[in-house]
Design a protein around this ligand. Structure first.
Ligand code: PLP
Length: 410
């Protein structure tokens, strides 16, 4: 790893505040290097990484297979543009569509872009149908289209006029969505596990209901697997657990193990809906990021890897339920695989994350009363146990905070 104290140590918060747009309330931690499921800060302090770059670093940090693949890819092409064919992209589309039960891929650079591609495809595939049904507490990204699909007012505030046509329904409600689905609806967009909305898995029978009713209404079913996909929830994609096949799948985050890559996977008429010139991306699917995605798939699609994620996830889930029984502050644990949330009785997610930092562990809030645990998929059982023990201590520390301290952290 890195030498313990780089010459810039201790300067980044002040320098960054002067030159970066203030779009993030960053924690006072300067991350300098990482290996496996740990990162080091600029003072040489180690943190067990249950954040994984917000559910991104599927293989952890500096995974040898990914490092080798990227070293080799650097020697070849970094970029050539989508005006030409490149082998890593074509093979990646073949691998992803096969794993997803889809037919065609479009590559881009982020989750929001994958959602945008899905929205544009839906408009072209269902001309004249103006509505897209979305769900309460959803999160689909920050670009204007994806933001308009995000049914959480705090993200949308101040950005009007938003893209029209989105209709919000209660998440998990069978009847409301059935009554909303008429010939004005082009698509239904759903996260099989809401991430930013508080780690809420959709009931599998509700996902099957969505599949059935969108099909019979002539609407497309789009699943947003940006956060839940690429093995995070224990299956390659979380919708596969419900036994459904959507029309489009948006994915990103873990796909290239930390490099920016998104993909829209499509089938049926959605796969043919966009003609040359109707959508594009300068960088999308370039050979370097595609090499990273291949390295991730080499590991995640190994036989037994996903069953390992499910086993580790079950261990984490049981340990979190035990914490919920023992700590008054915790209502319950939610989630699947290595995509877990600890639901708090009070809006103290920031305090709990700060207490974890103090103990040497990273985790991410999902709203103000849920703390998300999304470690690298390669995490060891012992590291899971270590994380749970740190969480146990952090919960005890937060329970002792005076109420006035709540909200004092960034
Ligand atoms: N969709 C979901 C379900 C997400 O969780 C996110 C990001 O958290 C996005 C879309 C947006 O992804 P990105 O930040 O890569 O644009």
């Amino acid at each position: 790893m890195l030498s313990p104290r780089p010459e810039w140590a201790g300067t980044l918060a002040e320098r960054g505040a002067a030159c970066l747009m203030p779009t993030y309330a960053r924690y006072p931690i300067e991350i300098a290097s990482g290996r496996g499921c740990r990162v080091l800060d600029s003072a040489g302090r180690s943190y067990l990484d249950f954040a994984a770059g917000i559910a991104v670093s599927a293989l952890g940090h500096a995974h040898p297979h990914l490092v080798r693949a990227l070293g080799a890819a650097c020697e070849g092409l970094l970029h050539v543009s989508n005006l030409y064919w490149t082998e890593p992209m074509v093979r990646l589309a073949e691998r992803l569509t096969r794993a997803a039960g889809m037919e065609r891929a479009f590559f881009c650079n982020s989750g929001a872009e994958a959602v945008e591609a899905a929205l544009k495809t839906a408009r072209r595939a269902r001309p004249g149908r103006e509505k897209i049904v979305v769900f309460e507490r959803s999160f689909h990204g920050r670009t204007l289209g994806a933001l308009s699909a995000t049914a959480q007012p705090q993200y949308q505030e101040g950005f009007a006029p938003l893209v029209p046509g989105f209709e919000t329904m209660p998440f998990g409600d069978f009847d409301a969505v059935r009554s909303a689905l008429d010939e004005s609806v082009a698509a239904v967009l759903v996260e099989p596990i809401q991430g930013e909305g508080g780690v809420r898995p959709a009931p599998p029978d509700w996902l099957r209901h969505l599949r059935a009713i969108s099909g019979s209404a002539g609407a497309l079913l789009i699943v947003d697997e940006v956060q839940s996909g690429i093995g995070r929830a224990g299956s390659f994609f979380a919708y596969q657990d419900a036994g459904i096949v959507p029309d489009m799948v948006a994915t990103a985050k873990g796909l290239a193990g930390g490099l920016p890559m998104g993909a829209l996977l499509t089938r049926g008429d959605a796969a043919q809906a966009l003609a040359p010139g109707q959508h594009g991306s300068t960088f999308g699917g370039g050979p370097f990021v595609a090499a990273a995605a291949h390295a991730v798939l080499d590991v995640v699609l190994e036989p037994e890897f996903l069953s390992g994620v499910r086993a580790k996830g079950a261990r984490l889930g049981e340990a979190l339920e035990d914490l919920a029984r023992r700590h008054e502050l915790v209502i319950r644990a939610r989630g699947q695989g290595l995509f877990r949330g600890v639901v708090l009785r009070k809006p103290r997610a920031k305090e709990l994350v700060a207490a974890l930092h103090d103990l040497g562990m990273l985790a991410v809030p999902a709203g103000n009363d849920v703390v998300r645990l999304v470690p690298p998929l390669v995490i060891a059982q012992e590291e899971i146990d270590e994380g749970v023990a740190l969480l146990d201590r952090a919960l005890a520390a937060v329970a002792e905070l005076p109420s006035a301290a709540a909200g004092a952290r960034p």
